[in-house]
Design a protein. Sequence first.
Lengths: 353, 844
Amino acid sequence: MLDKLEKIEKEALKTLASVKDKANLEKWRLAKIGRHSPMMNMFSQMASLSKEERPAFGQGINRLKALLEKEFEDRRAHIKQAELEESLASEKLDISLPGRPVKMGRLHPSTQNLRRVLGILAEMGFQVYTARDVESDEYNFQLLNIPPHHPAREMQDTFYIDTGNNDESEKQVLRTHTSPGQVRAMREFSSQNPDNPPPIRIALPGMCYRFEQITARSEVQFNQVEGLVLGQTITFGDLKGTLSEFARRMFGSHVKTRFRSDHFPFTEPSAEMDIECYVCGGKGCSVCKKSGWLEILGCGMVHPSVLANGGYDPARYSGFAFGMGPERQLMLRHKISDIRYFWGNDIRFLEQF
Amino acid sequence: MKLPVSWLKDFVDLSGLEIVDIARILTMAGLEVEDISFAGLPLPKKDDHGFKVSGIEWDRDKLLVAEVSAVNPHPNADRLVLCDLFDGKEKHVVLTGAPNLFKYKGQGKLPKTLKVAFAKESAVVYNGHSDAIELLKIKKAVIRGVESSSMVCSEKELGISKDHEGIIIFDDDAPVGMPLADYIGDAVLDVKINPNMARNANVLGVARELAALTGRKLIKPNYNFDTSGASLYGMVKIDISQPELNPRFVLGLIRDVKIYPSPYWVQRRLRAAGMRPISNVVDATNYAMIEIGQPLHAFDYDVLEKRKGPQDKITILTRTASQGEKLVTLDNVERTLAPSNVLVCDTKGALSMAGIMGGLESEISGKTRNILLEGAAWNFINIRRTANQHNLPSEASFRFSRGVHPALAEEGLRRCLYWMSQWSGGKVAPGIVDEYPLAPKQSLVKISQKDIKRSLGIEIPLGKAKELLESLEFDCAFEGTETLLVKAPLFRMDIGEGIVGIADIMEELARLYGFENIPESLMADPLPPQRGNPSLEAENRVKDIMVALGLQEIISHRMTSPEIEQKLLPAGLRGELPEYVKLANFIAPEKRVMRRSMLSSVMNVMELNFRQKESLALFEIGSVYIPKAGALPLEPRRLAFAMSGKRTEAAWDSKPESNYDFFDIKGVIEALFAALHLNVKYVPSVHPSFHPGKCAAIDLDGSGLGVFGELHPELAEHYSGNAPVVAADLDLEAILAALPSGYPINAISEFPPILEDIALVVDEDMPADRVESLIKKSGGEKLVAARLFDVFRSEQLGKGKKSLAYALAYQSPDGTLNDKDAADIRNRIVAKAEKELGAKLRSS
């Protein structure tokens, strides 16, 4: 009987070694360790054995059963692993094939940069104040110290509105700068408390217009962001400190600034802030046109007449204002040589941002 | 303004300063140097000097002053000559074709040598024959059988000006053998003159600034000259009719001038400053103007003498033109004058357009002997208008239209007479006739150290402030110890009084002290209340939602034309044009009004991009402009968007299938309003821009928020697109006004939902949203979802019927629902649907 067991074992192990897949393994299982397998049939023959033979046979067959079951499990694990490996190998992709296009919405680059500028200004306590595009001559010019026929008007070629009314004082224009918003804001805030107007710290973004031909370098419309600070202790030193801080947040923590004298009718003293060219570090390159500096914003202490026009007593209040062009910043940062791209809205331009 | 550095050096010692240092000092102080053009002097060595530079440095060994002693004919060429030339060390024979030497040809040894600019072999100069700016190195060559290895130069070849009419012939006193760089080497600064710097539109003004900024002394010009002959007093009379237009008029007389070309150095400076030399006396007026800033006008005295009656005195009148009055100006154009134009006249009539251009008749000619010289002050606004009106920009009107102080009328006149007497051999008559009816007030400002601290944030002691201001010729005096009385110098008109004057003085102090020396500080002022800008924040939220929904933002020109906006209407449906905000001046007819239609802006950009991509989805948010009689226009913001082309983009394993249609844009709109928590309804609508069967209006509690749909098929021609366009035009102001201040969030049930589908058969014209809202209403709060997943028509259902199939979910926050609960809800829905909509449950 034990011989028989030995024979079964040998035969079972031999056939198991040649089983390579799940289906044959199952066949093997049914044939070798299944309920009707020769091995299982041997159990029923136990009764026919003598008392002396039984223990040895019992031990033998139990060992055989355990052995075959373990071998079966090992084989099954082996086959599963092999099949997995084969399947993984056969499913290998050319990962260099392009992904499926995803439709992605984007903000216009000007909006993106406008948000960045306004975000930095907001961190510095500047609230956004928006004003209108079509302005009166009074707000766009006169209240900002630019009377009719003043030479400063030549600095800004103006679009006039045909209102059918030729009265000088009734003239309407497309705002040439965001500065009329300064006076609108000052008047709004000072009217809340005329004797003691509140301090102001605002950012005025908006589209401005200049009567120019559209070329690679000039546009009829462009965004401007203006800032206005009014209070009782604001100085030119504060202007420099605040705007240098803005420049560091906007262009990098190590950026150097330079303030040089300039002229705006609505500020006095007036200045231009340059930053050291961030492309060449001030050595001179094509972006800064070899100058090492980039002109970033115009600024100055608010002119006493403008303060008075806004309802703020120039003897008690002082402040500064500044203005910059978000599109110009983008052109410098991305080396865009043609300003017409912005309102041209060619999808091939917009999708690069 | 073009400013030769050599000229500046007449008035301030600039030794020890590089050209770029000078440019930097001026730029930092508000006289921005836009570029530097070198002609002879060494160019900056490093690149990081901060300026745009051009030009060349002249080699000191190879470019020299030389003298020509004879001009001989070329043996084989009529148009060339051979010059015997001495460069101080060696003799040369130099070949040239310069036309201004022809007259000396074949005269043998010249009685007086000609001083010329000589370039030796291998010197680098500009190519005088090339229109482009091109350098060349002088090489040995044989020209028509004669060897040539050097040349005599024109101004163009040296980079001084564009002049290549002939070679430079220096004044007789030119030092032979001196390097040209030492003799006339120069650099020309192009300085931007801002309106507040009008006083510095001249050499003296810039020199004064430089002297003050570098702590050097200003060398004052010479205004004195010898006089002889009869005095001008009593010979002429001046009659000013409107002093506010002509505050001052000064006349001087110089007799027996001889008209010649000016000395070479004068011509060179004038050309470098951008003016054309004409003759010694005309050049003197221009030279004095560039130098001092006062435009001047020279009359031929003998012409005036002839015009007056035999018994009269010459009378100069200034007045405005009469209606239709005409004057032939010296450019030989007859100009019809406007009543606002100011004229200088004599008793017989107009002589010149004041401050703008002289008249032809009294112009200086080659025969002029005696000159009556005008120095006058004019109202800058009037001059500006006249110059613009007649389109006559000139160096004179540039200065007059920015303001020239009347004090300069006499100084300029004197300086000009000084140069005329130097250059023309004329004799200045004693006496200057001066009519000065309206002297401007000289500003007086009181400043204290507190003012300085308050404005600039720094402590500048008043003594130091006095010193700084005096360097710009302010007249300062202490009043006690705390106050400085500051009187503006006579040539300045930009200093105000009172608090404005203080600001003006602060600017001068800051410039002189140096902006870079004012330390940066952080604001100590309290932070104003932080209010935010809810309207802009909400606009930004809408933009973010649109982007999240896959649309690209665009920003268009806001100027358009009615014709462009009419493209949004089929030809047959165009009514009367709406009122537009119209531009009085426009750059092009297609940009002559401000837009009224946001959708038109979006469609223009769609059209532009149709060819770039097979799938487009664009949106824009911005203002449209609605005129309002007698007031500023309304500027409401709108949101418009459009989609067209393939719904998906092609990939390597899949081809794009169907095009965007009505339900794509409706999906965007539903998602937008869901994200904004606005519960809107959709109403079938008719709008001329849209397909009559595929257009809906958006309704919020009875008010409209906009329309959307498929664009009218006829518009396809107007926009030359292939695929249908679905578009929306929404009233952003109304949307933002309706935004809820907050919204509740539903709790999420822990218990499993029961899911089941029901299909209801309804009449074909039953709107789906009625069925859905009935299901939701009758389902009660345990019906948590009802999604339409199929619309089905078949013969079995019968003609005029459709089946709408909904996936329903029942769920309770309090426990698990059972089959009976589900049956109750379903039966309620079906019963209501049968009763109210005539629907039938479709048996599966």
